[in-house]
Design a binder for this molecule. Structure first.
Ligand code: AMP
Length: 463
């Protein structure tokens, strides 16, 4: 073979930028977070909804809004060509958020016709082409919920807003998230927002040329987004802009006051933040965001949400006021990990670690557990018997790994010690007599037992 014909080594394929793998040492924490969320949601009467991961592109442009960053530059969109005469070519998009899909499903399945308030939650991946950094990914997970229904179901009532916020505060407390902060505002109804937008445009007209290019663009396309800007140099101008509170109708103002009164009564702490407008087109009245101080750096928003009383109509559905939120699950996990690291450092007496103030600690629930036993067949001939024993013990509810009789005994012991609390030795003699030798790593104790005794010992029934 000449050098020119030499096969070039194949380039290894990596996960796409902004996406990542969650390995088995990480997924227990994810499962712990998700099962805690499911348990809490069910206590508040929520049921799970699973909507498709891709939708018609129009769903997002109509609801989230053409002028938002999400729709204008972050969506993964493709033209899905027709393959058969019965199919139409269609623009499809990987969902960048789930509220639009849930409301589409609410309309499509006529859930409003039940007359009941619909309380729906979801857990799943979302996709946005953002610049990846810690806490910001192109595929990320959200845990979210929506409360939506016909007006007669009370979906518009301030008690629904307060209940959602109280549930979130309970969820964060139960998960052990410390030092969270709830920022709250009202962006009014559609009319209030229209008047406010007009006032913002007017106030921005003489000064926008002094602002950064992003804010100059927003001043024309979506002036509310200027308030979200983190650009340092523009803050002075932003602070002089009109405040939404001065444009609220009496009804919007009363609604907001009633939300605050219910929060006060249930002891949920909040900060009213007049600049919290959230840029999506569908938000009305209550908007909110929870931030944390540990672990997230600049991407410190843990979750966000708000009311969307006109969204169903924007999507061609019946009047169906609603309120919802989406928690960034990746960020929730990063926060829990950072807190656990800070705790470990504090326990080790590291001087620079933040003080451990909360009684709520990230428990052991999500740390990987050792298996009950590792079965080491001695000699290849014992492999079938080892697999049968593993089957029986697993059926009895025990967690078991089974080795290979080709391994040297020393290697089996090393592996077993890493993975499991016990090693079960299965030699020719044990197989013939239906027994096994059980060694407990913690005590060094070694006993010979029959199959029944073995199960009991592993289950801790016998000393
Ligand atoms: P939003 O749907 O934009 O209101 O976002 C709700 C929450 O989702 C945010 O507070 C973040 O915690 C999380 N989130 C949004 N975008 C990303 C992203 N690109 N990567 C990770 N988390 C995100």
């Amino acid at each position: 073979m000449s050098p020119a014909e030499k096969p070039t080594p194949k380039q290894s394929i990596k996960a796409v930028r902004g996406t990542r793998d969650l390995l088995p040492d990480q997924t227990p924490l994810w499962n712990h977070v998700e099962s805690t969320a499911r348990a809490i949601f069910s206590r508040y009467g929520f049921g799970e909804i699973r909507t498709p991961i891709f939708e018609d592109t129009t769903l997002f442009s109509r609801s989230v809004g053409e002028e938002t960053d999400i729709v204008s530059k972050e969506m993964f969109t493709w033209e899905d060509r027709a393959r058969a005469a019965s199919e139409k070519a269609q623009s499809l998009t990987l969902r960048p958020e789930s509220t639009a899909g849930v409301v589409r499903a609410y309309i499509e399945h006529k859930l409003g016709e039940t007359g009941q308030l619909q309380k729906l939650y979801y857990i799943g991946p979302q996709f946005r082409r953002e610049r990846p950094q810690r806490g910001r990914y192109r595929q990320f997970w959200q845990i979210g919920a929506e409360v939506i229904g016909p007006q007669s179901s009370g979906a518009e009532s301030p008690i629904r807003d307060a209940e959602v916020l109280e549930m979130l505060s309970s969820l964060l407390d139960e998960l052990g998230i410390r030092d969270w902060r709830l920022d709250l505002n009202s962006v009014g109804n559609a009319d209030d927002r229209a008047r406010y937008n007009a006032a913002l445009r007017e106030a921005l007209a003489p000064v926008k040329h002094l602002m950064c290019p992003d804010n100059q663009r927003r001043a024309d396309t979506n002036p509310l987004r200027v308030l979200d800007s983190k650009d340092e140099a523009d803050q002075e101008i932003i602070n002089t802009l009109p405040k939404i509170a001065d444009f609220l109708s009496p009804e919007s103002r009363t609604h907001f006051e009633q939300v605050l009164a219910a929060l006060d009564a249930s002891g949920v702490n909040y900060n009213i933040n007049p600049r919290l407008v959230r840029g999506l087109d569908y938000y009305t009245r209550t908007t909110f965001e929870f931030t944390v101080t540990t672990g997230l750096g600049t991407q410190n928003a843990l979750l966000g949400g708000g009311r969307y009383d006109g969204l169903s109509e924007m999507l061609g559905g019946p009047k169906a006021p609603g309120i919802g939120f989406a928690i960034g699950e990746d960020r929730l996990i990063l926060t829990l990990q950072a807190q656990a690291e800070a705790d470990a450092a504090a326990e080790a007496g590291a001087p620079s670690s933040p003080a451990v103030s909360s009684p709520v600690r990230v428990g052991q629930a999500w740390s990987p557990k050792k298996l009950d036993a590792y079965i080491a067949p001695i000699g290849e001939a014992q492999n079938p018997a080892a697999l049968t024993l593993a089957r029986d013990l697993r059926r009895a509810g025990l967690t078991i790994e089974v080795g290979d009789g080709r391994f040297k005994l020393g290697k089996s012991f090393d592996t077993a010690d890493k993975l499991a609390r016990h090693i079960i030795l299965l030699g020719e003699d044990e197989v013939a007599t239906h027994t096994a030798t059980l060694k407990t790593f913690a005590t060094g104790e070694q006993v010979k037992a029959n199959r029944e005794e073995l199960t009991d010992m592993l289950k801790g029934v016998k000393p």
